[in-house]
Design a protein around this ligand. Structure first.
Ligand code: PAF
Length: 286
């Protein structure tokens, strides 16, 4: 596995792959890799000739300087995991390589980003779209792989690809969970033992909501209330939001259950200073 640190080196390598008609898979990450990332890398290795994994903690998508500073960074451990998973080239640029000058362009995804993560982390999706666009230009992938845990991110990146006619396919893989249900996340490394012990409650809350949504005996608002109350019973968890949204449009459900649609149950919560997100999908009967 090659390690590339400059944008020019990645572009030069991409050019060679393209000339040799090799299919390129890209897995963008911020490092601190876990099984969820490795699943994406293995899939990319199965479905392409070469695999680029980027490890870059992107400052422009953090709206909180402390969160950026504390984001886990373990480049050596990441590199050790990637070769065996099928990575051909690991792209680990510096901030200066990715942002040689401050960007001026602003991304605005309208209603798609006015809810959930976009609402609670202003500017987050502008930063994601900026860095992902740069990675697409530098590596010119045929396919790019993302985890469904960041459901809103996947939807917004699909919109980005459509709006800017990027010639590539977005591939999304389901969330990988620990045995107790906690969604795998790089941020889990920062959980204290106490916070880790109660963290599975987030998935339990989503499963409670999913069961109630499937029954449709109560309104979406009542289900929202039931999930919020379930989480409020655990003092170590502070719920930031729990939303029942149409999985395609991401718009919150209001008053009724849309027949035949897939509903996304999404939440963000704080556990001892660590912010986690998770979601599950429920398809309603037609
Ligand atoms: O999902 C992530 O890790 C990041 O948002 C991404 C897509 C690598 C962009 O920095």
């Amino acid at each position: 596995m090659e390690i590339l640190q400059s944008a020019a080196a990645l572009q030069a390598q991409t050019e060679i792959w393209r000339q040799n008609k090799l299919r390129v898979g890209l897995v963008p990450t911020m490092g601190a890799l876990h099984e969820g990332h490795l699943q994406l890398v293995r899939a990319a290795a199965r479905e392409n000739d070469v695999v680029v994994v980027s490890v870059f903690v992107n400052p422009t998508q953090f709206n909180n300087a402390e969160d950026f500073r504390l984001y886990p960074r373990v480049p050596d451990a990441d590199a050790a995991l990637l070769g065996p998973a099928g990575c051909t080239a690991l792209f680990m640029p510096s901030v200066e390589q990715m942002y040689p000058q401050p960007t001026v362009l602003r991304f605005d995804f309208g209603p798609l980003e006015q809810v959930m993560e976009g609402e609670h982390r202003p500017g987050h999706f502008h930063g994601v779209a900026t860095v992902v666009s740069k990675l697409f230009h530098l590596s010119r992938p045929h396919r790019a792989y993302f985890g469904q845990k960041d459901l809103q991110q996947v939807t917004i990146i699909r919109q980005l690809v459509a709006d800017l006619s990027f010639d590539l396919e977005i591939v999304a893989y389901p969330t990988i969970r620990e045995e107790d249900g906690l969604a795998m996340s790089s941020r889990n490394r920062r959980l204290s033992a106490e916070a880790r012990a109660v963290a599975p409650r987030l998935y339990q809350a989503l499963m409670l909501g999913a069961g109630l949504a499937q029954e449709q005996a109560q309104t979406p608002e009542a289900v929202q209330q039931a999930v919020a109350e379930f989480l409020a019973a655990e003092p170590a968890i502070t719920l930031e939001y729990f939303t029942l949204a149409d999985a395609q449009t991401l718009q919150p459900l209001a008053g009724f259950w849309p027949r035949g649609r897939t509903v996304a149950l999404c939440l963000a919560a704080h556990l001892g200073g660590v912010r986690l997100i998770d979601n599950v999908l429920v398809t309603l009967p037609g």
